[in-house]
Design a protein around this ligand. Structure first.
Ligand code: 2P0
Length: 329
């Protein structure tokens, strides 16, 4: 519903094919490298923002539960970016429903901050475009930058400490034969958040020195492959990029990993499918869940094989998703 000072948006999560792992500026959420993702339709956050001139304080309700001081403050600080832009200071009530297994490596923060940025823009009538909103979303969570667009999206790292130069851009609508099978291995909160994990990797992993140049190479190779709809090259580059990120994480000191035994089971299945002539590839984020990049036209065969080792409710097919959409009453 959208009335005076009120607006609702749905934003979709995204999964990086070329990962963001490490910041050069913590407070501004400026990344060390650019990254590239595919927005997915199956995981999203619905958020309503309402500014209330007579309210006493900000309120944040997530999945029907009013949140405590810590999370509310996080939301308040983010909304402050918009209140400053609008030159007003009205309290806000933010109501969100997450259709994403929270903090299980499915980037709920990506859809959450993209939806919140879009709804703040709508509620305050600021008229910012999605590129401008991606700069706001970035300051909530890095991966949220990319959820302001649909299909394949690049997040440009930008220059120096210039916040305005680090934004997202859509490069391809992904309306071809590509999607993801998300294999839910564990829905529990992850033990080491991305924020902590990426700083630890950057600061202690000797392999991290190679990461920025590997990302540059992978981006330069994957963008033309996406433009050519070359599924196999896209998948190969994405899988290799994810493994390089996880190898760099493993080489941290003290070492850690997001892999769990079933993550390795899923990876072995993907190799087996490839040997049988079904091209599919693995990517993984800051959690144990495995995302299988596959042709939508071959998903039934991929799922049939996964069902030997996983339950049906652990397997979710996602098609490419869109930019945030306004929810009207
Ligand atoms: C990505 N991930 O590119 C990478 C790959 C997880 C692994 O972005 O500190 O929640 O809020 O910027 O965005 C997850 O990290 O971290 C993430 P912050 P974020 O999708």
């Amino acid at each position: 519903m959208n009335s005076l000072f009120k607006s609702s948006y749905r934003a979709f999560t995204n999964i990086a094919l070329i990962k963001y792992w490490g910041k050069r500026h913590e407070d501004l959420f400026l990344p060390l490298t650019s990254s590239l993702s595919l927005t997915l339709d199956a995981f999203y956050t619905d958020t309503t923002v309402e500014f209330k001139p007579n309210a006493k304080a900000d309120v944040f309700i997530l999945d029907g539960v009013q949140q405590g001081v810590e999370l509310t403050q996080k939301v308040s600080q983010f909304v402050d970016l918009f209140r400053e832009t609008a030159g007003m200071n009205m309290p806000v009530t933010v109501t969100s429903i997450n259709h994403v297994p929270t903090a299980a490596g499915l980037a709920s923060s990506a859809s959450a901050f993209a939806a919140l940025a879009s709804a703040c823009n709508g509620a305050l009538g600021l008229g910012l475009d999605n590129r401008a909103l991606s700069i706001y979303a970035r300051q909530g969570s890095g991966s949220a930058t990319r959820s302001l667009f649909g299909g394949f999206v690049v997040w440009h790292k930008g220059e120096g400490e210039d916040s305005q130069s680090s934004y997202a851009e859509a490069i391809d609508d992904a309306e071809w034969d590509i999607g993801m099978l998300v294999v839910i291995i564990n829905q529990q909160q992850k033990k080491i958040s991305s924020r902590v994990g990426m700083a630890h990797t950057r600061d202690t992993s000797p392999f991290y020195a190679m990461w920025p140049s590997e990302v540059e190479k992978d981006l330069a190779a994957i963008i033309p492959a996406i433009e050519a709809h070359d599924f196999e090259t896209v998948g190969e580059i994405a899988e290799h990029n994810a493994m390089k990120m996880h190898a760099s994480i493993l080489a941290s000191n003290p070492s850690f990993t997001y892999f769990e035994p079933d993550s390795l089971v899923a990876m072995a299945i993907v190799k087996e499918l490839r040997e049988q002539g079904i091209a599919c590839y693995v990517t993984m984020d800051a959690g144990p869940n495995v995302k299988v990049i596959g042709r939508l036209s071959e998903m039934d065969q991929i799922i049939a094989r996964f069902k030997h080792d996983f339950k049906a409710d652990q397997l979710i097919v996602a098609k490419p998703g869109s930019a945030p959409i306004e929810l009207k009453a």
